[in-house]
Design a protein around this ligand. Structure first.
Ligand code: 13P
Ligand code: SF4
Length: 303
């Protein structure tokens, strides 16, 4: 048992002193999610919130690409990362050269890039997307062929719902790629009546086996609205931990997978960066300008 209270108190006091807010992703552990975050949400909601907050400092309780997106959207604000090593297997799977490779292979096709990428990759793309708006964005583009990078599974899941010809980069999320359709079939057999809810970064046969698929906030909304007796969240472990207390009528069952990158963020590290103001996220303005266009286009299409 760890007593988080002294950290929570110290962080919340320091936030006032620094005129800081903490934007927390839904995969943060409960003490960060409930204890110190001023706003929590999925990748799109966090990016949109970053533009609205009236604070000098934003601490990103999430992974590095999220902090970079915040800095791109709010260049005048100080953006702090509790741990600079909190990366993402998807962001690491592609560089700007990869985008050019895809453009050369499919001339004229627009490039839709997941926000789980570096600023360089965003700048080389036409528009960004998140798991909550990918289908909407792909369908709105004036082209029959669309390039999606870097998540092959998100791309295949979108392709299954769209009339477009979607070509994609072979990246994947190390958390969601581990689930198999057989896992879900076995689980259903052993636990009849359990609602299976999968993130669209899972392979398409896993999504096909699930009862619902959506972004992290989409999953929270589904469980909150439906209140199934038993639910298995086929995604990162903290999701169930964060909502279990508010939904005592739902029994969250089954295994989950941890994201080692998200789990690098801790209260100790948040307190440290607020105290020292170290780990400032910077994005070269020439790159930021291109990346901002791609992110802002996505935000404008999602309102
Ligand atoms: P969303 O919160 O946008 O669903 O993204 C999930 C994720 O893997 C972020 O790293
Ligand atoms: Fe990246 Fe997957 Fe971790 Fe999200 S859960 S940060 S997509 S590795």
């Amino acid at each position: 048992w760890v007593n988080f209270a002294p950290y929570v108190k110290a962080i919340n006091e320091l936030k006032k002193k620094r005129n800081a807010v903490i934007l927390g992703h839904n995969y943060m552990t409960p003490e960060i999610y409930h204890g110190v975050s001023d706003f929590v949400g999925d990748s799109l909601q966090i990016a949109m919130k970053a533009q609205e907050v009236d604070a000098e400092v934003i601490v990103q309780a999430g992974v590095h690409f999220m902090a970079e997106t915040t800095k791109i959207l709010c260049p005048e604000k100080t953006v702090l990362m509790p741990d600079m090593e909190a990366g993402c297997s998807l962001a690491e799977s592609i560089t700007a050269d990869g985008i050019e490779e895809m453009r050369a292979k499919y001339p004229g096709a627009p490039v839709v890039t997941y926000v789980n990428t570096t600023a360089d990759v965003k700048a080389a793309s036409d528009i960004c997307c998140t798991s909550s708006n990918a289908l909407q964005i792909v369908d709105a583009l004036d082209s029959d062929t669309v390039i999606m990078t870097p998540d092959q599974y998100l791309a295949q899941n979108v392709a299954n719902q769209s009339k477009k010809n979607i070509v994609y980069w072979p990246g994947s999320c190390i958390v969601h790629e581990q689930y198999t359709a057989q896992d879900l079939k076995d689980f259903r057999e052993w636990n009849p009546g359990t609602r299976l809810i999968a993130h669209p970064e899972c392979p398409p046969d896993v999504v096909a086996e699930a009862d619902f698929s959506g972004s992290t906030s989409g999953i929270i909304k589904y469980v909150t609205d439906e209140k199934p007796e038993k639910a298995m969240l086929i995604t990162e472990c903290s999701m169930a931990s964060n909502i279990a207390d508010e939904l005592p009528e739902v029994d969250f069952v089954g295994p989950c997978n941890m994201c080692p990158y998200m789990k690098k963020i801790s209260l100790e590290k948040i307190l440290y960066v607020l105290h020292t103001m170290e780990n400032k996220v910077e994005v070269d303005e020439a790159v930021a300008e291109g990346a901002r266009l791609a992110v802002q286009k996505m935000i404008d299409m999602s309102r």
